[in-house]
Design a protein around this ligand. Sequence first.
Ligand code: GLU
Length: 374
Amino acid sequence: MRDRKELSVLKRIVVKIGSSSIAHKNGKPNLARLEILVKELANLRSRGVEVILVTSGAIGVGNNRLGFLKRPQTIPEKQAAAAVGQGLLMHIYEKLFSEYGVTVGQILLTKEDFSDRRRFLNARNTLYALMNLGVIPIINENDTVAIDEIRVGDNDTLAALVGGLADIDLLILLSDVDGLYSCDPRTNKDAGLISEVLEVNEEIEALAGGAGSCLGTGGMATKVQAAKIAVQSGFIMALANADEKEVIQKIVSGESIGTIFWPQGKMEHKKRWIAFSSTVQGKIIIDKGASQALLFKGKSLLPSGILGVDGVFEIGNTVSVVESNDREIARGIVNYSSQDIVKIKGCQSEEIKNVLGYQDYDEVIHRNNMVSNV
Ligand code: GLU
């Protein structure tokens, strides 16, 4: 067991609260819960901890205000609900935080704000500026404009991406479950709460709804996905029940509640962006030898190990590097377009110039621009 006391010295934290914790079953905001949440966050802030809040609930609260009896099915209706609900939520947050003299600022993001490197850096500058000014940034997905293709899709993943963007120490996901269980606690009496996870591996993913799952809820799958981003990026993630009294205070003072996912190393910024934020534009299929070299020897990808290409991509795009059985080995930024890789696949690096008439790089993907085992 790792010592949870580490949690008491952390300096920058993202707290994400889920829709079911923000609103009552009838869709109206749960003011008592929000009041407690805000008090806890303001208290952290006054201790000198930098805090970012990722809030859900805009669509739910908006539905209720607009008198929709069930969740709207059409995209414009959902977007209308988000527009109304987001305003309502911000009004509540502003009011509650101002009681503690804390200023809040809203940031609404979509997937493109993470995948476009320029927008990513821009969003980061804004976040840092707000935190330097002592403001608590309140973040949600920009649901009023985001259609499926440009959505992150769920706020657990959004919160983990924000964590990477802002270089945080800890992500706290507050939900309506106590943590990660060994089995579905609703149907299995023997289910035990897993208090810490040292490695987010296939076994842990299976617990959350993958193959062989006994807890097949979408809700847990996105939480484990968020944990994967957190631990590989290099920050801690805590999953706990928003209903627990003083839950945030308990987590940051190292009390034994919820599930803690411990980091598995720290990825540099650029690699973090390649692994989790950039959009994958195609695939490069490689042979076994190349796969071993990437996975175990930290090598760059050379043309000689390439069997083929899937999709059309340009120099500078991110691609997925897969074995012939489609298993993803790595992700990286290419030095050659898909068109040119088709021509040089299987060649030695010295032959590139003969085949293409130019040779800007020996490697198709340099190891500095590649992340293996994503
Ligand atoms: N962005 C959505 C909302 O505010 C919530 C998405 C989620 O809960 O994962 O309604």
